[in-house]
Design a protein around this ligand. Structure first.
Ligand SMILES: Cc1cc2nc3c(=O)[nH]c(=O)nc-3n(C[C@H](O)[C@H](O)[C@H](O)COP(=O)(O)O)c2cc1C
Length: 329
């Protein structure tokens, strides 16, 4: 069965990519993932905060950072990855390149204009096959409009784009007021692929200590639905590639994401919970589904359920809202 996938000018043996996470922090685990069949890996992110610390020294590293940014950074910090510096990130990237033969994508994570974007070229020099830029977006500033925020993100993307010649991927949050327009502008500005979506981690309260608990919960399979909506809405209408990230646990989820128009499908939570064997079992089920349906290539199903191709595009839009409400009970 041919599961070959063209992504960012690379030929992947199948559409499954390990998403940005501590999965890339352990070379033995990565080897096991490669043996299980994973076709590519995105490294955990190098955060703007880490880079700024590197540039100006540790003393005032958090000054001026929005709460959302500090939250994003500290949510991922559990594994200790964030305590390390920029050099360690680049060394790990090189070590991964020397360990596995699948493509390796670097990841930069930031939200503010600044010098940090120059580190994109170091990630390219360290051997990354592409760069994923995670625009972890949470609007908290009362004085910044949606349009101003989008302009800021476009500036950051352009700064990164100008510094690298490898493909550029942007990982987006779902919370943009006009996502299709913003996605189109990102692509027009030189983005080769979009990852839908970054996961927004929600805080909880400890009511006795009156403390905010920031703890990372792995995703639920239902989260895929949000991805399916927007992959369907954007793929085929914007001429870039797409990766699904969020809520992919089984082969059926991969098939849905491909039908919605994803070129690749990222796995994190399902592999953290179930180990690398999850990759091989998904691939086996995907192959058997393909052959049971007499498909010989993923191109035969890719995008077949997107806005342009599905028999009932209204089901993806607001027109379906009343129908959904009526379906209860
Ligand atoms: C422990 C952990 C660490 C993560 N670290 C990063 C990161 O450094 N950069 C990033 O862009 N996404 C990071 N993510 C988000 C994942 O890449 C992914 O988008 C999210 O978990 C949804 O996919 P899933 O449902 O397959 O887990 C992390 C997720 C987890 C669970």
């Amino acid at each position: 069965m041919n599961l070959q996938t063209n992504y960012l000018g690379l030929t992947l043996k199948n559409p499954l990519v390990a998403g940005a996470s501590p999965l890339s922090d352990d070379l033995d685990k990565l080897r096991a993932l490669e043996d299980a069949g994973i076709a590519g890996v995105t490294m955990y992110s190098l955060f703007e905060e880490q880079i700024t610390q590197n540039l100006v020294g540790a003393s005032d590293q958090n000054d001026g950072y929005s709460d959302s940014f500090v939250q994003a950074a500290s949510t991922f910090a559990g594994s200790g990855i964030l305590d390390r510096g920029v050099d360690s990130y680049l060394e790990q990237l090189q070590a991964i390149k020397n360990t596995v033969s699948i493509p390796v994508f670097g990841s930069l994570n930031g939200t503010r204009d600044g010098e940090w974007t120059q580190y994109a070229s170091l990630i390219e020099s360290a051997g990354a096959d592409a760069l994923e830029l995670n625009l972890y977006c949470l609007a908290t500033n009362l004085d910044e409009s949606a349009a101003q925020m989008e302009e800021r993100y476009l500036r950051i993307m352009t700064q990164v784009r100008e510094r690298i010649s490898i493909p550029l991927v942007v990982k987006l949050s779902p919370s943009f007021s006009a996502l299709p327009n913003f996605a189109k502008r990102l692509h027009e500005g030189g983005v080769d692929a979009l990852v839908l979506f970054n996961r927004m981690y929600q805080p909880d309260f400890d009511i006795e200590k009156r403390k905010v608990n920031v703890s990372l919960k792995l995703s639920y399979a239902q989260e895929l639905r949000l991805r399916l909506r927007w992959l369907s809405m954007l793929s085929g209408r914007i001429n870039c590639q797409f990766a699904a990230s969020g809520g992919v646990y089984k082969a059926v989820d991969v098939i849905k994401a491909l039908m919605a128009g994803a070129d690749t499908v990222q796995l994190v939570s399902s592999v953290l919970l179930n180990g690398p064997e999850r990759v091989s079992s998904i691939l086996e089920e995907l192959e058997s589904w393909m052959s049971n349906h007499q498909h010989t290539s993923l191109d035969e199903i890719r995008g077949c359920m997107n806005y342009q191709n599905c028999a009932d595009p209204e089901a993806l839009e607001r027109a379906n809202y009343m129908k959904i409400l009526k379906s209860w009970g």
